[in-house]
Design a protein around this ligand. Sequence first.
Ligand code: NI
Ligand code: MN
Length: 225
Amino acid sequence: MRLTYYGHSCFLLEVNGKRLLFDPFIRPNSLAANINLKTLSADYMLISHGHEDHLADSIELAVQTGALVISNWEICQWLTKQGVQNTLPMNIGGKKIFDFGNLKCVTAVHSSSFSDGSYAGNPMGFVIKSDKTVYYAGDTALTMDMQLVAQGSPVDVCILPIGDHFTMGFEDAAKAAHLIQCRDIVGVHYNTFPYIEIDTAMVKEHFKKNGLHLLLPSVGETIDL
Ligand code: NI
Ligand code: MN
C-alpha cells in the first residue's frame, strides 16, 4: 500500500492496484502549488465531510477522473446536483466490499456543512482493509469511539489530524493512537492556515516520547505504508 500526500487532508492511497483519493483540496492550498490537478487520476474518491477544505476540487476531479465518489448521503446528493454522475452514498456504521478491499464508515466528532451553510450530513472517517488496515479519521476530536476501530483486526496505519483548533491537536492524536492501538501515524490537517500551524519537530518528538512513530510526508511525496 502506498500513500501520496497532496497537502492538508488530501492524499492518494494505492490499494490492490486501485487509486483512492481522499478529501481533495489542492487548488486553494498555496502549500500544494506544486501539484498539478490535471495529472491526477483516481478510481475512487472518498469525502469525509462537507467543509470546503475537504471537497474544494471534488467536482472538477470527479469529472476529470470518472472516479466513483463515496461520501455520505447529503454530499452525494449535492454532488449529483452539480453534475457528478458516479456517486455512492454511504453512512456511519456501514461497510461494503470493493475490488480494492473492505471499506467501513465510522464516527467523526466534528461538523459538516457546505460553504453556503447548508446541511452536509454527518462527518465521518473511513477504515480500509486489504493487505493492511488503514484508518483515516477525517476531521475529528479525540473520541472513545476510536476504541471500536481496531475491533476484529488491528490497524496498521492511522491517518490523523494533528493541527488542533478545528480538530484534535497532537497530544490528543497521540492518545487516539493508543486507543486505536496503532503505532504508525500519518499526520494531516496542519500548517495549511495560521489557525493550525504547529511546530513539527516538537510534535514528532512528542509522538516519539509516547512510543509512537509520526510520519509527516511533504506535499507531493509518496511513502510506503
Ligand atoms: Ni472540517
Ligand atoms: Mn478541515
